[in-house]
Structure formats: structure tokens, C-alpha cells
Design a binder for this molecule. Structure first.
Ligand code: HEC
Ligand code: HEC
Length: 731
């Protein structure tokens, strides 16, 4: 039981929450205009009417009004009150398009720079009044909202604007961390669940609400219980398990702990958890806390609470990437070497930094970008270092892992094995990464595939053995086996790949006209299907967002997103409902790039024909009494014609026929490569890119190109970039 004076309202949450709040980035903007401030919306509104409304009318309204809302944006009625509405993100986009010179479009008169400055000043000041973290990355909940041109084409390159970031540990890192400290202990729960609204699971700011705090506290106490497990025998304290002597000394029944013993225990705990010694003031604070707790709650509980408090320091629970020291000439501060060591480790592995990284931090080897790049490259290239986060990036980026979440009726296809399909694509990704050459193009176009590679050899052998036994039994007693089939062993996963048997060597070459890369792997096709059908819209959305970098507005709640139930029509015919004008402004972005995958069925099997219900034949399919016997199908050619359009890249736009055609076209595009770089950026930095990351993104893309498409080179450049290593301090 917790003594009353140490309940949740007291010491521990205060330590935890107080420190977190103190470290959280304030909502102000480093490069905001200093001279324009609005106390009220009325003040803001006056400025809006004086400067912004006339500007919109003159330069934008022709295309962005109620009737003609290009880019789904009506600027004439966009709410000027960013507090009362969600218009902040849209205004942020407006400012960005003005800054990059993309809007008004080429060929239209350029606004005067005084006009542009006035609009920018108003928007920043109104955002500030409304408490919006404007023009910073929070404005871009959808990463693709920052225009591609701003990031890769605008000149001059937008200035770096990276603010402090504090992130919670990923669930995997937290689990590995607690497991290191208290292996096998039950009662340690996962406090961190993914947020869901971002492209990648580990993105988003830490949220420490009551349930998370309660779980963290419960875990800390459970861990400390393991660390300090002991018994008293013959008046002496003895460890139960592997209790370190520094901690055991606290519980010696012969004498209360001395200050020196408490200091040693605190120092031990800091090293065990944070991999560093406590500072003098931390030592003082924690010893004082321990003394007070012991006085309040007795030796065992009091000492444990103080040790648990170390586990609740923000530094133990979060990634504190906040920069230290004096700003450089560009106004940036660099992360402390220790924080860099942790950031590198957490970015690539699920573990805390290894000894070499910590040594590099301690000896100044992480003080230069080149030094950081060297350590990043070491981790990336070392076969010894387990880097689960690299494969996880590809799983999350492509989304093929979700194949195991799509329910399929086993009766309809007993050979379907979603887990094997996912494992195959995992293996294919790793195979491509091992070569580390032209990685994206390979992933988008290779016709190589693994086929139930974990179990193929074993299943094949078991099948041969079972068949041999069957034949032998049959030879002994032909009458008994005359009408029997050999027993079935395992699932014929190879059918999903269009093969006749498990291959002997892996990877195998599948027909290049049929299969091209991860998007034609059965795992991806299943992950982007429904239980009973293909999901061309969903597939197209994936291509639009993750390869073309487009933004598809959310499906409006007023739309009843149901295709007509018409089994005598193909999926494509049923999708015709989305071609109404209102629907098409969104669906033109998805449908056309999703159609080429109609070459596959919803198990990922290649098909030249698809089946639809034959209405006439079904009508005639009745028994003698006229009772219907069920649907009859007929074959129609599968239509895999699609269209790449609305990409802002004339070299890409045009008709395509089939998935391989689509993938080859996309894989050859520099823009697609850049969009891939943007996604890698999001995953490995844990945040969406903002205009100020333009220099980093360009450098990373260059490093990828110059290395002949090495993913290691891409990541090493990213991890030694300005965006990763520097912050602009908030004043
Ligand atoms: C000649 C027509 C035209 C004019 C004038 C024009 N735009 Fe646009 N705008 C477009 C089109 C077309 C799109 C959608 C395609 C694109 O993103 O390039 C668009 C897209 C946008 C977007 C992106 C919307 C989104 O959701 O991605 C913003 C922001 C924008 N315009 C702002 C402006 C501003 C501010 C002005 C005035 C300075 C302006 N536009 C003037 C045609 C125009
Ligand atoms: C503002 C954009 C937008 C508009 C307008 C829109 N949709 Fe959609 N719709 C979407 C998005 C986004 C999805 C994709 C959801 C996903 O990820 O699978 C979608 C999906 C669908 C689906 C597939 C649903 C499913 O999950 O199987 C149907 C059917 C559909 N829309 C019909 C319509 C129809 C009919 C209209 C016009 C009356 C319409 N939509 C208008 C954005 C839009």
C-alpha cells in the first residue's frame, strides 16, 4: 500500500510532470514578426480587412472562391479567426505558397513584395494571438502539405527552423529498456501506444495524461522492486536475485544508510538508467528526497520511491532532443553529444547507445557532423548491430504488414497464409537492403520474390515424405486406398505468386510482365484489399500519397462511401459512382493510379480475367422445382488501364497499362525518389518536414543519388544533417 503522503498527487507525478512541462517547447515562433501583435480578434480583423482581403481579391479570388475552389481551397471565405476555426493550417499553407512563389501560379502578375510581407505579418500575428504554433511543423499534420516545390526547388532555400523536440520512447524501446532492468517481471505494462494520425507510428509529441503517468509510476515501482529484492537473514541483508550491493546497503538492518551510501545508490541508479553520473545538484536533490521519503514512509518504501523517481525523470522516459550551448552564426544550437548518442541509437535500434557511441560522445567524436556520420555509418554497416527500426520503416512505409489484419474467408481460399506473405516481403526488403544499390528502384520494380521462404523447404520435404508413405501404404493394401487422396501438408503459398510448387532456390524470378516490386507482392495487395474484394481506391490513395507526394482530402462525413452492390459488374464499373463531379475532385487523385492493380485478385494472384456474376445464367440456374441454385459467374478481361495525372511533373503524367508499367514509370522519377526521402525523413526524425528542412532534404536526396541509391548513405546523411543535430532555441 502507498503511504498517504506519497500518493500520486505528491512527489512522483510532480517530479515527472513538472519537469516535462518545463522542458516542453513553448508555442512561440523563433522567426515570427516582432512588431505586430493583436490582443483581440477585432484588432486582427481590422488588419485582415485592410491588407489581406484586398490582396486575396486581387491575386487569388479568381481561382479560390466558393464556386471555383482550386486545390479545394476557398480563400475568399477562409475564416480569418484562427482560434475559432481550424483555418490555421490552411493559412500556414497560404503563407508557404506565397513564400515559395508557387502562388499565384506562373504567368499571373507577381504581387509586390510589400503586399506579401503584409499578408505574412498578419498571418503570423493572428496565429500567435490564437495560440497556434504557426508555420512550424505542427501546422503540417499531413506531411505532404508542405509543397514539394518549397522543399526541392525554391530559391533561396528556406532557412532552417527546427525547434526543440521531445518525444516519448517508442513502445519497442521502452519494452527493451524495462526488460533490461527487470527481466521477466510481471506487472510492467506498456504506457506508450501509437497515436495513429501520422504516417508513422513513432511520430507525435509525448502525451502524459493520467493513465500514462499512472502506468509509468507502476512500472518504475515494479522495476525498483526487482532491483532491490532482498531478504534479511541472521540480521544481515541478502540479495534475492542480482541486487547490486550499492542498493542493498540501503536495507541493512544493522544501521540506517549513511549519506555516502545513499549517494552511491543514487549514482548507481543514474548509471543503470540514464547511462551517466548524476550532477552534484541531482545528487543533492535525490538524497534529500530519499531521506524525506524514508522519514515519511520507512526504509523499504522510502528508499524504493526515491530510486523509482530516477526512472521517472523525463530523460528516462523521453527523447530529450533540445540542443545545448551557445547559438552559432545561423542561430542554431547543437544537441549535446550525449543526446546525439541516444538519438542515433534510438533511431536505428531498440536499445540504448552501445559503449562505442557513448565513448564517442565523451571524447568529442560527435562534435562534428563528419564524426556523427561516421558513427551512423558504423551502426548501419555493422552486421553485429541489430537494426529492427530499418525494416520497420519499410513495413510502415509500404504498409504490407497489415496483410495479417485483413480477414479472409478461409473456405474461399484455404491456401492463403497472410503471415507467410508478410515474411516473404520482409525478406525481400532485407535482400534489397543487403545489396544497398538503387534501393528504391529495386523495391518498386524487382521481379524477384521470396516464396514462403521460411517454411518452403520444410513443407516440401514433409509433403514428399507423406506422399511416399501414402504410396507405400497403398502398395500394401490397394483396395483400402483406392479412393483416397494423399494427405495434405501445409498451405500451398506459392499459388499466390502464380507458381506451381515451392521453388528450390530463393529468391525466384517471377514473370517481369506481371510482378514489379513490393506493390505487386501478394502481401501488399492483400493489405490494401478488403475481405472480399480489391480496394482500388485505397491502393490509389497509397500511390498518390506515398510515391507522388500528393494530398488527398479526407473523405467527407456526408458521403456514404459505399459502392453499389452489383456483383454482375466489375469493381471498376461499380466505382463509376465516384466520377460524379463532386466526388471526382478527390477521387481523380486516387482511382486512376489504383486501377493498374486490377491485374491481381484480392489474394494477390495475377489474373488476366476476372469473374463477374452472369445475370442470365444465374436466373436459369434453378432446380426442377424452380429453386435458385446459386450464382453463376462469367469471365471478363481484367482491365488494368490507369492514368498518372495531376503530379506537377509532365514527364510522369500519362496513361499506363498494368502494374509493372505503372511501377517502372514511377521508379524512374526523381520526384518519386524525393517523396521517398520525405517519408524516410519523417520516420527517422519522428516529425513531419517543414519548409526549414529543405536544405536537409536536398542534401539527403543528393547523397542517395550520388551513392547509386544506397539506403545506408541516405540514412547516414539524414542522421548527420542540420535537421537531426540542430535546434533553433525558442526565445
Ligand atoms: C489561375 C488560378 C489560380 C490563382 C490566381 C491562384 N491559385 Fe492557388 N491554386 C490554383 C490551383 C489550380 C491549385 C491546385 C493545384 C496546385 O496545388 O498546384 C492551387 C492550389 C493552391 C494552394 C494549395 C491548396 C492545397 O490544399 O494543396 C494554395 C495554398 C493556394 N493555391 C494559394 C493561392 C494564393 C494565396 C493565391 C493568391 C496569391 C492563389 N493561390 C492564386 C490556382 C490558382
Ligand atoms: C473530399 C474528398 C472526397 C470526396 C469529395 C469524396 N470522397 Fe470518396 N473517398 C475519399 C477518400 C480519401 C477515400 C479513401 C479512403 C481509404 O483510404 O480507403 C474515399 C473512399 C471512397 C469509397 C471507398 C470506401 C471504402 O472504404 O471502401 C467510396 C465508395 C467513395 N469514396 C465514394 C464516394 C462518392 C460516391 C463520393 C461523391 C458522392 C465521394 N466518395 C466523394 C475522399 C473523398
Amino acid at each position: 500500500m502507498l503511504p498517504s503522503r506519497l500518493t500520486r498527487a505528491a512527489v512522483l507525478p510532480a517530479l515527472l510532470l513538472g519537469a516535462v512541462l518545463a522542458a516542453a517547447p513553448p508555442a512561440s515562433e523563433a522567426n515570427e514578426p516582432k512588431d505586430l501583435k493583436f490582443a483581440t480578434f477585432d484588432e486582427s480583423k481590422r488588419e485582415y480587412e485592410a491588407a489581406v482581403a484586398p490582396f486575396v481579391k486581387k491575386h487569388c479570388a479568381a481561382c479560390h472562391n466558393k464556386d471555383t475552389s482550386e486545390g479545394d481551397l476557398d480563400l475568399v471565405s477562409l475564416d480569418a479567426d484562427m482560434k475559432a476555426s481550424t483555418s490555421g493550417a490552411r493559412w500556414a499553407m497560404v503563407v508557404e505558397k506565397l513564400a515559395s512563389g508557387e502562388m499565384p501560379p506562373k504567368g499571373k502578375p507577381r504581387p509586390a513584395s510589400a503586399e506579401l510581407v503584409a499578408v505574412g505579418r498578419w498571418a503570423h500575428a493572428e496565429a500567435k494571438r490564437a495560440g497556434k504554433n504557426f508555420a512550424r511543423r505542427q501546422a503540417y499534420a499531413n506531411g505532404n502539405a508542405v509543397s514539394h516545390a518549397t522543399l526541392f526547388e525554391a530559391h533561396p532555400v528556406p532557412a532552417f527552423d527546427g525547434g526543440n523536440s521531445i518525444r516519448r520512447l517508442s513502445p519497442e524501446i521502452y519494452a527493451a529498456f524495462t526488460n533490461d532492468l527487470a527481466k521477466g517481471k510481471t506487472g510492467i505494462g506498456q504506457p506508450f501506444s501509437p497515436e495513429g494520425k501520422f504516417a508513422f507510428k513513432d511520430m507525435g509529441a509525448p502525451k502524459i495524461d493520467e493513465p500514462v503517468a499512472a502506468q509509468l509510476i507502476q512500472n518504475a515501482l515494479a522495476i525498483v522492486e526487482v532491483q532491490t529484492a532482498h531478504k534479511i537473514e541472521d540480521g544481515k541483508v541478502k540479495a534475492v536475485g542480482q541486487g547490486p550491493k550499492e542498493l542493498l546497503a540501503l536495507f541493512d538492518p544493522a544501521a540506517p544508510p549513511t549519506d555516502a551510501q545513499m549517494e552511491a545508490a543514487i549514482a548507481f541508479q543514474f548509471n543503470a538508467i540514464l547511462r551517466r553520473a548524476p550532477t552534484a545538484s541531482e545528487k543533492q536533490r535525490f538524497v534529500a528526497l530519499m531521506k524525506k521519503n524514508v522519514a515519511d514512509a520507512g526504509r523499504t518504501v522510502g528508499a524504493r520511491y526515491a530510486l523509482a523517481a530516477v526512472l521517472l525523470l523525463p530523460e528516462a522516459v523521453f527523447r530529450m532532443e533540445v540542443g545545448s550551448g551557445k547559438p552559432d552564426a545561423q542561430g542554431r544550437v547543437r544537441l549535446a553529444p550525449r543526446d546525439i548518442a541516444f538519438a542515433l541509437a534510438y533511431t536505428l535500434t531498440d536499445k540504448r547507445p552501445d559503449a562505442e557511441l557513448l565513448a564517442a560522445a565523451a571524447t568529442g567524436a560527435l562534435d562534428t557532423d563528419a564524426g556523427v556520420r561516421q558513427q551512423a555509418a558504423r551502426l548501419l554497416e555493422s552486421a553485429k548491430t541489430d537494426k529492427p527500426r530499418v525494416l520497420r520503416f519499410f513495413r510502415e512505409y509500404f504498409g504490407y504488414g497489415a496483410a495479417t489484419d485483413v480477414f479472409k474467408e478461409m473456405k474461399e481460399n484455404p491456401e492463403h497464409d497472410s503471415r507467410a506473405l508478410v515474411e516473404d516481403t520482409d525478406r525481400l526488403v532485407l535482400w534489397v537492403l543487403e545489396r544497398d544499390n538503387d534501393v528504391l528502384r529495386e523495391l518498386l520494380t524487382t521481379n524477384k520474390s521470396f516464396v514462403a521462404y521460411k517454411t518452403a523447404a520444410d513443407t516440401k520435404k514433409k509433403r514428399a515424405d507423406a506422399l511416399a508413405k501414402f504410396e507405400a501404404d497403398k502398395a500394401k493394401d490397394p483396395a483400402k486406398f483406392a479412393n483416397k487422396q494423399p494427405p495434405k501438408v501445409g498451405r500451398s503459398v506459392y499459388l499466390a505468386y502464380g507458381l506451381k510448387d515451392f521453388p528450390d532456390a530463393q529468391p525466384v524470378d517471377l514473370p517481369a510482365a506481371e510482378r514489379a516490386g513490393v506493390l505487386t507482392q501478394p502481401s501488399w495487395l492483400v493489405a490494401h484489399s478488403t475481405s472480399f474484394d480489391n480496394h482500388a481506391i485505397h491502393r490509389g490513395k497509397w500511390v498518390r500519397e506515398r510515391l507522388l507526394g500528393g494530398v488527398v482530402p479526407d473523405i467527407p462525413i456526408t458521403v456514404d462511401a459505399q459502392l453499389p452492390d452489383a456483383p454482375h459488374h466489375t469493381l471498376r464499373e461499380r466505382m463509376a459512382v465516384t466520377q460524379q463531379e463532386y466526388c471526382w475532385k478527390c477521387h481523380r487523385l486516387m482511382n486512376d493510379v489504383g486501377y493498374p492493380f486490377e491485374q491481381f485478385d484480392h489474394y494477390g494472384r495475377f489474373r488476366a480475367l476476372e469473374q463477374v456474376q452472369d445475370v442470365e445464367a444465374t436466373k436459369k440456374n434453378v432446380d426442377k422445382k424452380g429453386k435458385p441454385l446459386g450464382p453463376v459467374t462469367r469471365d471478363v478481361p481484367a482491365n488494368a488501364k490507369g492514368l498518372i495525372a495531376h503530379t506537377n511533373d509532365p514527364a510522369l503524367d500519362g496513361p499506363v497499362n498494368g502494374a509493372a508499367d505503372l511501377m517502372k514509370r514511377l521508379a524512374g522519377s526523381a520526384r518519386v525518389e524525393q517523396v521517398f526521402v520525405r517519408h524516410a525523413f519523417r520516420y527517422f526524425t519522428g516529425r513531419n518536414e517543414s519548409p526549414g528542412d529543405a536544405a536537409t532534404l536536398r542534401a539527403v536526396h543528393r547523397a542517395y543519388r550520388d551513392s547509386g541509391g544506397s539506403f545506408n548513405a541516405l540514412v547516414a546523411e539524414l542522421l548527420s544533417s542540420e535537421s537531426f543535430l540542430y535546434r533553433i532555441p525558442t526565445k
